[in-house]
Design a binder for this molecule. Structure first.
Ligand code: DC
Length: 231
């Protein structure tokens, strides 16, 4: 695609945002950024250093340590997407566990964490030609994005998808645990004070409970084509 645009994809957890965003970026020859991976990497850092566990969260020490956190995406041509590096170490597998999922919303509530990550995300998108997914991309990171998509699906549908993914990676987890985690994250993501998950006024909502990957991709590609005609 010659015309470089900015595509913001927001929505609830496990709605398939990353799959769609990556598919779209590869098709258009754009950069893809999974901002959830960045919040997960900061959470993993906090876990490794003992700042967060099931009983406590030492927010202030995490805030003080933010300058020591270096996040980078490095494209892996074999996998077809950019993997997350935390302080020069590939943490792509470690950040996807249910344990990280159970703490990440608490870390993502911290304004200082958000400020640092949003600044880095804005920088990555300054030349356009980017598809970024997350919770606040169309509202905070790129309020002027050319196309904003907001993805939804029922909590049970999403938990089933996430469960299938985790089981395939041999994570010992039950469906009930995954559903509880999805519902808890929905609640925290939509109720936090700083940048809660809300649909931007000019976003297009896609409920993909009954759409397969191809149908969804076709729909979004049509939207991209319509927009590029007007700019
Ligand atoms: O997309 P994900 O499930 O990997 O995101 C992990 C968590 O990070 C999610 O529960 C909310 C948070 N997040 C956020 O607050 N803002 C973003 N832009 C992306 C993710």
């Amino acid at each position: 695609m010659d015309k470089k645009i900015t595509v913001a994809i927001d929505g609830f957890s496990s709605t398939g945002k990353s799959t769609l965003a990556n598919q779209l970026a590869n098709h258009l020859g754009f950069i893809y950024v999974d901002t959830g991976a960045m919040y997960r990497a900061v959470t993993y850092f906090a876990m490794q250093n003992g700042y967060i566990n099931a009983d406590s969260f030492d927010k202030q020490t995490l805030i003080n340590s933010l300058p020591n956190i270096k996040l980078q995406f490095k494209f892996n041509a074999d996998l077809g997407f950019a993997e997350m590096y935390l302080n020069d170490v590939n943490v792509e597998i470690e950040i996807r566990t249910i344990e990280v999922s159970s703490f990440v919303s608490k870390v993502a509530e911290v304004s200082e964490v958000r400020t640092k990550l949003v600044e880095q995300q804005k920088e990555m998108g300054k030349d356009k030609g980017i598809v970024m997914d997350g919770r606040d991309i169309g509202t905070v990171v790129f309020p002027d994005a050319d196309l904003k998509i907001f993805m939804t699906a029922s909590a049970t549908t999403r938990a089933q998808r996430r469960y299938d993914e985790l089981v395939a990676k041999v994570d010992t987890v039950t469906f009930e645990e995954v559903l509880a985690n999805v519902e808890e994250r929905d609640y925290i993501d939509t109720h936090r004070e700083d940048s809660p998950l809300v649909m931007a006024e000019d976003a297009i909502e896609i409920d993909n409970s009954h759409l397969n990957r191809e149908e969804q991709f076709k729909l979004v590609l049509e939207l991209v084509n319509e927009i590029t005609k007007t700019i």
